[in-house]
Ligand binder design. Structure first.
Ligand code: PBG
Length: 329
């Protein structure tokens, strides 16, 4: 006996066609940004121990990886340098030194693949002997002392041909400071993807292993946000938008989907989300153990970030997603 029911949501789920009609969120490779860890040398492709199947690349090898990605439809890359300890100092001088390896790599990539959208990292930590994102004096991270260093890094990266700069340091006022420095030098078309709500998260562990960039002393809690806070993300977003950010980012992604949603609802500036190294590591570990099915669970995870409100997703899974999508769109 059939029950009398006027509304049966299952009717719209009855076939692939009807499910296709009502699908609310679609994730495309166009939404994805692929991070690359860059190391010194030639012919180097070294796996990150805590990130199976994710590698550190020498510039020549990175070019091959970028070429593969472009063929798969991935056009955006975010680059992170691993810097030799001997080149690090308190001022992160190497970060803006003429012809440094990072800027040379940007230049090489843009010469070879002008269609690639190159996003950079603007922060002191890869170059700082203290391993912090700001200038350290007597154990304190000095905000305003850091800004000119970030500005110099920004101009050097823009000069090298970067399309979008990614300040990941969480110093106050840096977006406006960088914007002014870029405009003054004529780089009005270089964008800023600001790490707006970047949390003091334990999910960055594998990234710091990959780049050997962990703080030498203390933690990042005086500049990165408290994981307990959400309203504070609105303050950060207000400032970044006022100061000229072209994208506002939430990082990490999965444990902060509510924050992604909050920014999407409150701002017209595009929202980016960073699906960070620890999120990669936990999913990958479960899949390698046979506990989760990679080809299904990974796209579901990325879709959830898009559904929450991210326009752009930075993810170490970008290439895997593009490959899976090619076989089973
Ligand atoms: C540092 C930076 C970090 C990440 C990107 N830029 C780590 C940190 O703040 O210590 C983390 C990315 C990831 O975990 O995938 N400026």
């Amino acid at each position: 006996m059939n029950q009398l029911m006027l509304r049966r949501p299952r009717r719209n789920r009855k076939s692939p066609a009807t499910r296709g009609h009502i699908r609310e969120t679609r994730l495309s490779v166009e939404n994805l940004v692929y991070p690359l860890f860059l190391i010194e040398g030639e012919k180097q492709k070294i796996e990150v121990p805590s990130m199976p199947d994710c590698y550190r690349w020498s510039t020549d090898m990175a070019l091959g990886e970028i070429e593969d990605c472009l063929k798969l439809g991935i056009h955006s890359f975010i680059l992170f340098p691993a810097i030799d300890e001997a080149l690090k100092d308190k001022e992160a001088t190497y970060g803006y030194e003429e012809g440094n390896r990072y800027c040379e790599t940007i230049r090489t990539i843009k010469e070879r693949f002008p269609e690639a959208c190159v996003i950079t990292d603007v922060a002191m930590d890869p170059y700082s002997s203290d391993g912090h994102d700001g200038y350290v004096e007597d154990g304190e991270i000095l905000n305003d002392r850091t800004l000119p260093i970030l500005a110099k890094m920004s101009v050097a990266q823009a000069q090298a041909g970067a399309d979008i700069l990614g300040p990941s340091d969480m110093m106050d006022g840096r977006v406006g400071y960088m914007r002014q420095a870029l405009d003054k030098e004529g780089y009005t078309n270089v964008g800023i993807m600001s790490y707006t709500a970047k949390y003091a998260s334990a999910f960055y562990g594998p990234f710091r292993d990959a780049l050997d960039s962990a703080p030498k002393a203390g933690d990042k809690k005086t500049y990165q946000m408290d994981p307990a806070n959400k309203l504070e993300a609105l303050i950060e977003a207000d400032l970044d938008v006022e100061e000229g950010a072209d994208y506002i980012m939430v990082k990490p992604a999965l444990p902060y989907l509510d924050v992604i949603h909050l920014l999407k609802e409150n701002y017209s500036t595009p929202v980016a989300a960073y699906n960070v190294s620890g999120e990669y590591a936990m999913l990958k570990a479960a899949c390698l153990n046979g506990w989760l099915e990679f080809e299904k669970v990974m796209p579901e995870m990325l879709l959830s970030i898009k559904r929450a409100g991210a326009d752009v997703i930075i993810t170490y899974f970008a290439k895997d997603f593009a490959q899976i999508q090619k076989i089973r769109p």
